[in-house]
Design a protein around this ligand. Structure first.
Ligand SMILES: [Zn+2]
Length: 91
């Protein structure tokens, strides 16, 4: 994911860079997300494959909001969508 200023979030993270970042879950799917997260928490610790599958399933409901450290715009990535939405402050 790139910001409209050209900043590359993935490359920054690959170089151990820190970002202001938030998990985003839609209100409509929030209950479903919580149920999936509870299944992750209840999964047996000695079955990492099952835990991984449950985490993957839950993560499909999560998007992200990240602040670009170069230009301060926010980049919103909704779950299940390829497009990145760029949000700029109205000041
Ligand atoms: Zn930027």
């Amino acid at each position: 994911m790139n910001c409209s200023c050209g900043f590359n979030f993935a490359l920054h993270r690959a170089n151990d860079g820190e970002l202001e970042s938030y998990a985003v879950v839609s209100d409509k799917k929030y209950q479903k997300f919580l149920k999936r997260e509870m299944k992750v928490l209840k999964a047996p610790q000695d079955d990492p494959e099952k835990r991984f599958r449950l985490i993957f399933k839950s993560s499909r409901l999560i998007g992200s909001l990240q602040r670009c450290p170069d230009c301060s715009r926010y980049c919103l990535h909704l779950p299940g969508q390829e497009e990145t939405i760029i949000l700029a402050r109205d000041s």
